[in-house]
Write a protein that binds this ligand. Structure first.
Ligand SMILES: [Fe+2]
Ligand SMILES: [Fe+2]
Length: 204
């Protein structure tokens, strides 16, 4: 059953490596840490979309499509904050994001503006895809029925975001180029996942 789900997730998102099944069990034991890390993931998603709009004002479709995503991601941040408050937990400080930092290392240094733009779209697509896969894990693997539903909603939103970033890349750049680079990103992410410690206090 577990393997079937992994296969399913992989097919939807293109990810090369399903999350280690132990992760959800570890996460369940540290839900407070997960909620804090999750809150910052949502916050960063919102601020990155704002920054993409600021850096690409001439790209009308991007501005149009990302503006509501800012609101949505900020709404996600507020939902996680509310959940923390309900549990009488505080937000806590932002944690070091090893996963995202390692992804940033893969962005082409000194590339053309188009190459840089493509990498910015694809890194966002990848983070959305992996987040979606992690939320799916939580929505299926947690014992707490309420938290399963909580994460199911996030999973659905992030799946839509993943597609949006790929579509935006393909709107501005030749599809063949997008697909070739996307495959490189997926391969890199697989290596990254394989070499990163599984920890239950992080979304990624
Ligand atoms: Fe989100
Ligand atoms: Fe998102």
């Amino acid at each position: 059953m577990k393997d079937e789900l992994s296969e399913h997730t992989r097919n939807i998102l293109g990810l090369q490596l399903p999350t280690d099944p132990r992760w959800v069990n570890l996460a369940e034991l540290q839900l407070e840490e997960i909620l804090t890390d999750h809150a910052y993931c949502e916050q960063k998603a919102a601020t990155t979309c704002i920054s993409l709009i600021q850096k690409n004002p001439e790209k009308a479709l991007l501005v149009e499509k990302l503006s509501p995503i800012v609101t949505e991601e900020w709404g996600h941040f507020r939902q996680v904050l509310a959940e923390l408050k309900k549990r009488k937990l505080s937000l806590g400080r932002q944690r070091k994001d090893v996963y995202v930092n390692k992804l940033i290392d893969f962005i082409k240094k000194g590339g053309s503006p188009t190459e840089r733009f493509l990498d910015q779209m694809l890194i966002m697509a990848l983070i959305e895809a992996r987040s979606c896969e992690r939320f799916k894990r939580l929505s299926e693997g947690l014992d707490d029925q309420y938290m399963r539903k909580f994460y199911r909603k996030f999973m659905e939103s992030e799946a839509g975001h993943y597609t949006l970033f790929i579509n935006l890349a393909e709107h501005y750049i030749d599809k063949k180029i997008v697909r070739t680079r996307w495959k490189e990103w997926l391969a890199y992410e697989k290596t990254l996942m394989n070499s990163t410690e599984v920890r239950g206090d992080r979304i990624h």
